[in-house]
Design a protein around this ligand. Structure first.
Ligand SMILES: [Zn+2]
Length: 251
Protein backbone atom coordinates (compact mmCIF):
# COMPACT_ATOMS: atom_id res chain seq x y z
CA UNK A 1 0.00 0.00 0.00
CA UNK A 2 1.40 3.33 -0.99
CA UNK A 3 1.75 6.04 1.63
CA UNK A 4 0.40 8.62 -0.74
CA UNK A 5 -3.20 8.62 -1.80
CA UNK A 6 -3.41 12.20 -3.00
CA UNK A 7 -1.38 15.30 -3.58
CA UNK A 8 -2.06 18.91 -4.32
CA UNK A 9 -0.70 20.73 -7.29
CA UNK A 10 -0.95 24.42 -6.69
CA UNK A 11 -1.51 26.99 -9.35
CA UNK A 12 0.18 30.32 -9.52
CA UNK A 13 -1.92 32.83 -7.63
CA UNK A 14 -1.56 35.27 -10.51
CA UNK A 15 -2.56 33.99 -13.93
CA UNK A 16 -0.77 36.79 -15.75
CA UNK A 17 2.50 36.00 -13.92
CA UNK A 18 1.97 32.36 -14.78
CA UNK A 19 1.44 33.18 -18.44
CA UNK A 20 4.47 35.49 -18.60
CA UNK A 21 6.75 32.96 -16.89
CA UNK A 22 5.59 30.21 -19.26
CA UNK A 23 6.00 32.26 -22.42
CA UNK A 24 9.36 33.77 -21.55
CA UNK A 25 10.61 30.25 -20.79
CA UNK A 26 9.27 28.63 -23.94
CA UNK A 27 7.29 30.48 -26.59
CA UNK A 28 5.37 27.36 -27.65
CA UNK A 29 3.70 27.34 -24.22
CA UNK A 30 1.29 29.87 -25.68
CA UNK A 31 -0.23 27.26 -27.96
CA UNK A 32 -0.91 23.96 -26.28
CA UNK A 33 0.66 21.76 -28.93
CA UNK A 34 2.15 19.01 -26.87
CA UNK A 35 -1.00 16.93 -26.87
CA UNK A 36 -2.59 15.40 -23.94
CA UNK A 37 -3.89 15.73 -20.57
CA UNK A 38 -3.53 19.24 -19.39
CA UNK A 39 -6.13 21.14 -21.36
CA UNK A 40 -8.36 22.93 -18.91
CA UNK A 41 -9.75 25.93 -20.67
CA UNK A 42 -9.77 27.74 -23.95
CA UNK A 43 -6.54 29.66 -24.37
CA UNK A 44 -4.90 28.17 -21.33
CA UNK A 45 -1.13 27.98 -21.70
CA UNK A 46 1.11 25.03 -21.01
CA UNK A 47 3.97 25.33 -18.54
CA UNK A 48 6.80 23.28 -20.01
CA UNK A 49 10.50 24.13 -19.67
CA UNK A 50 12.82 24.72 -22.61
CA UNK A 51 14.13 21.40 -23.96
CA UNK A 52 17.88 20.98 -23.55
CA UNK A 53 18.19 23.26 -20.53
CA UNK A 54 19.49 22.45 -17.08
CA UNK A 55 16.90 22.68 -14.32
CA UNK A 56 18.39 23.73 -11.01
CA UNK A 57 16.70 21.83 -8.21
CA UNK A 58 17.35 23.57 -4.90
CA UNK A 59 16.77 21.33 -1.91
CA UNK A 60 16.38 22.97 1.48
CA UNK A 61 18.76 21.24 3.91
CA UNK A 62 16.95 18.80 6.15
CA UNK A 63 18.97 15.73 7.10
CA UNK A 64 21.42 13.28 5.59
CA UNK A 65 18.65 11.33 3.82
CA UNK A 66 16.67 14.13 2.28
CA UNK A 67 18.95 15.07 -0.60
CA UNK A 68 19.29 11.52 -1.91
CA UNK A 69 15.60 10.79 -1.44
CA UNK A 70 14.57 13.74 -3.59
CA UNK A 71 17.22 13.07 -6.20
CA UNK A 72 16.29 9.39 -6.50
CA UNK A 73 12.63 10.17 -7.12
CA UNK A 74 13.35 12.97 -9.59
CA UNK A 75 15.85 11.17 -11.80
CA UNK A 76 13.30 8.49 -12.67
CA UNK A 77 12.25 10.96 -15.39
CA UNK A 78 15.78 11.59 -16.68
CA UNK A 79 15.99 8.80 -19.30
CA UNK A 80 12.91 10.21 -21.08
CA UNK A 81 13.48 13.96 -21.12
CA UNK A 82 15.84 16.29 -22.90
CA UNK A 83 16.56 18.19 -19.67
CA UNK A 84 19.33 17.95 -17.10
CA UNK A 85 18.76 18.21 -13.38
CA UNK A 86 21.35 19.96 -11.25
CA UNK A 87 20.69 19.25 -7.58
CA UNK A 88 21.82 21.81 -5.00
CA UNK A 89 21.44 21.71 -1.25
CA UNK A 90 21.35 24.91 0.80
CA UNK A 91 20.57 26.21 4.24
CA UNK A 92 17.42 28.26 4.58
CA UNK A 93 19.47 31.25 5.73
CA UNK A 94 21.42 31.34 2.46
CA UNK A 95 18.21 31.08 0.48
CA UNK A 96 16.60 33.90 2.46
CA UNK A 97 19.63 36.14 1.98
CA UNK A 98 19.17 36.10 -1.78
CA UNK A 99 16.54 37.98 -3.73
CA UNK A 100 16.94 35.76 -6.80
CA UNK A 101 15.53 32.37 -7.74
CA UNK A 102 18.47 30.20 -6.63
CA UNK A 103 16.65 27.15 -7.93
CA UNK A 104 14.15 26.75 -10.77
CA UNK A 105 12.51 24.15 -8.56
CA UNK A 106 12.77 24.70 -4.81
CA UNK A 107 12.03 21.78 -2.50
CA UNK A 108 11.35 22.01 1.21
CA UNK A 109 10.15 19.50 3.78
CA UNK A 110 7.18 21.26 5.29
CA UNK A 111 4.27 19.40 3.72
CA UNK A 112 1.21 21.43 2.88
CA UNK A 113 -0.81 18.26 3.28
CA UNK A 114 -0.57 15.53 5.88
CA UNK A 115 1.72 12.73 4.63
CA UNK A 116 1.75 14.05 1.15
CA UNK A 117 3.40 16.24 -1.41
CA UNK A 118 2.51 19.35 -3.34
CA UNK A 119 4.06 21.06 -6.30
CA UNK A 120 3.59 23.92 -8.65
CA UNK A 121 3.04 22.99 -12.29
CA UNK A 122 6.12 23.48 -14.50
CA UNK A 123 7.13 27.11 -15.04
CA UNK A 124 4.71 28.32 -12.36
CA UNK A 125 7.69 27.56 -10.10
CA UNK A 126 9.19 30.83 -11.34
CA UNK A 127 6.29 32.92 -10.08
CA UNK A 128 5.82 34.28 -6.59
CA UNK A 129 8.63 34.97 -4.16
CA UNK A 130 12.10 33.45 -4.73
CA UNK A 131 12.25 32.33 -1.10
CA UNK A 132 9.15 30.22 -1.40
CA UNK A 133 9.36 26.53 -2.11
CA UNK A 134 7.75 25.36 -5.34
CA UNK A 135 7.52 21.81 -4.01
CA UNK A 136 6.65 20.61 -0.52
CA UNK A 137 7.54 17.09 0.53
CA UNK A 138 7.20 15.09 3.73
CA UNK A 139 10.07 13.64 5.72
CA UNK A 140 9.11 9.94 5.80
CA UNK A 141 12.18 9.10 3.69
CA UNK A 142 12.29 5.41 4.56
CA UNK A 143 8.67 4.77 3.63
CA UNK A 144 8.24 2.55 0.55
CA UNK A 145 5.90 5.11 -1.01
CA UNK A 146 8.25 8.05 -0.73
CA UNK A 147 10.12 7.70 -3.99
CA UNK A 148 6.93 7.29 -6.01
CA UNK A 149 5.50 10.39 -4.36
CA UNK A 150 8.62 12.38 -5.31
CA UNK A 151 8.40 11.11 -8.90
CA UNK A 152 4.74 12.20 -9.02
CA UNK A 153 5.58 15.69 -7.71
CA UNK A 154 8.39 16.04 -10.24
CA UNK A 155 5.86 15.11 -12.91
CA UNK A 156 3.97 18.25 -11.86
CA UNK A 157 7.24 20.21 -11.77
CA UNK A 158 7.81 19.15 -15.39
CA UNK A 159 4.37 20.51 -16.33
CA UNK A 160 2.11 17.46 -15.98
CA UNK A 161 -1.38 17.48 -14.52
CA UNK A 162 -3.23 14.65 -12.79
CA UNK A 163 -4.17 11.74 -15.03
CA UNK A 164 -7.30 10.79 -13.04
CA UNK A 165 -8.62 14.19 -14.20
CA UNK A 166 -8.42 13.17 -17.87
CA UNK A 167 -11.80 13.84 -19.51
CA UNK A 168 -12.02 10.15 -20.46
CA UNK A 169 -11.13 8.81 -17.00
CA UNK A 170 -14.77 7.91 -16.36
CA UNK A 171 -14.36 7.56 -12.62
CA UNK A 172 -17.86 7.63 -11.07
CA UNK A 173 -16.97 9.89 -8.15
CA UNK A 174 -19.50 10.32 -5.39
CA UNK A 175 -18.85 14.03 -5.24
CA UNK A 176 -20.08 14.80 -1.74
CA UNK A 177 -18.25 11.85 -0.18
CA UNK A 178 -15.15 12.86 -2.10
CA UNK A 179 -15.25 16.47 -0.86
CA UNK A 180 -15.75 15.19 2.65
CA UNK A 181 -12.93 12.62 2.45
CA UNK A 182 -10.27 15.04 1.17
CA UNK A 183 -11.35 17.71 3.65
CA UNK A 184 -10.99 15.22 6.51
CA UNK A 185 -7.75 13.55 5.45
CA UNK A 186 -5.88 16.33 3.71
CA UNK A 187 -7.64 19.55 4.63
CA UNK A 188 -8.49 20.26 0.98
CA UNK A 189 -11.15 22.85 0.28
CA UNK A 190 -13.94 22.08 -2.19
CA UNK A 191 -12.17 24.29 -4.70
CA UNK A 192 -8.94 22.32 -4.24
CA UNK A 193 -10.80 19.04 -4.74
CA UNK A 194 -12.29 20.45 -7.94
CA UNK A 195 -8.79 21.45 -9.07
CA UNK A 196 -7.04 18.21 -8.13
CA UNK A 197 -9.50 15.33 -8.24
CA UNK A 198 -12.48 15.76 -10.56
CA UNK A 199 -12.15 15.53 -14.36
CA UNK A 200 -11.21 18.42 -16.61
CA UNK A 201 -13.71 19.46 -19.26
CA UNK A 202 -12.93 18.26 -22.73
CA UNK A 203 -12.01 21.12 -25.03
CA UNK A 204 -13.44 20.62 -28.53
CA UNK A 205 -10.82 20.43 -31.24
CA UNK A 206 -7.96 19.52 -28.92
CA UNK A 207 -5.96 16.33 -29.16
CA UNK A 208 -5.70 14.11 -26.14
CA UNK A 209 -3.39 11.21 -25.39
CA UNK A 210 -5.43 8.18 -24.31
CA UNK A 211 -6.41 7.98 -20.65
CA UNK A 212 -3.73 5.99 -18.81
CA UNK A 213 -4.76 4.41 -15.52
CA UNK A 214 -1.15 3.26 -14.93
CA UNK A 215 0.22 6.81 -14.99
CA UNK A 216 2.39 7.97 -12.11
CA UNK A 217 0.17 11.06 -12.20
CA UNK A 218 -2.91 9.00 -11.20
CA UNK A 219 -4.31 8.87 -7.67
CA UNK A 220 -5.50 5.80 -5.87
CA UNK A 221 -9.28 5.72 -6.21
CA UNK A 222 -11.04 4.45 -3.11
CA UNK A 223 -14.17 2.37 -3.53
CA UNK A 224 -15.90 4.33 -0.78
CA UNK A 225 -15.57 7.51 -2.88
CA UNK A 226 -17.23 6.12 -5.98
CA UNK A 227 -20.77 5.27 -6.93
CA UNK A 228 -21.23 1.57 -7.44
CA UNK A 229 -18.19 -0.63 -7.20
CA UNK A 230 -15.06 1.00 -8.48
CA UNK A 231 -11.59 0.95 -7.01
CA UNK A 232 -8.21 1.62 -8.49
CA UNK A 233 -4.79 1.24 -6.96
CA UNK A 234 -2.35 3.70 -8.44
CA UNK A 235 1.05 2.49 -9.58
CA UNK A 236 3.10 5.50 -8.40
CA UNK A 237 5.68 4.64 -11.02
CA UNK A 238 6.26 5.97 -14.52
CA UNK A 239 4.11 4.20 -17.11
CA UNK A 240 4.56 3.63 -20.84
CA UNK A 241 1.96 6.36 -21.40
CA UNK A 242 3.91 8.79 -19.19
CA UNK A 243 7.06 8.03 -21.16
CA UNK A 244 5.34 8.68 -24.49
CA UNK A 245 3.87 11.94 -23.22
CA UNK A 246 6.99 13.36 -21.55
CA UNK A 247 9.18 12.49 -24.55
CA UNK A 248 6.86 14.53 -26.71
CA UNK A 249 6.95 17.44 -24.26
CA UNK A 250 10.75 17.42 -24.07
CA UNK A 251 12.08 16.26 -27.44
ZN1 LIG B 1 -0.36 15.44 -7.83
Amino acid sequence: MSTLTYCKSFASTNLLDSYNAAISERSSNVTPDSGGRKKRGVGEHTRFWTPGRTLKVLIFKYNEHSFEAVKNGAIKWSPYINLNFEFLEMDEEDIYNSEEFLGDIRVNFQPLLKNSGSSRIGTDALTGHPHDASMHLGTYFSSPGYEGMVTHEFGHALGLQHEHQHPDAGIPWDREKTYDYYARTGGLSRQEVDANVFPFDRIPGQTYTPYDRQSVMHYDVLDELTLGDRQLTASWSISEGDIAFIKKAYP
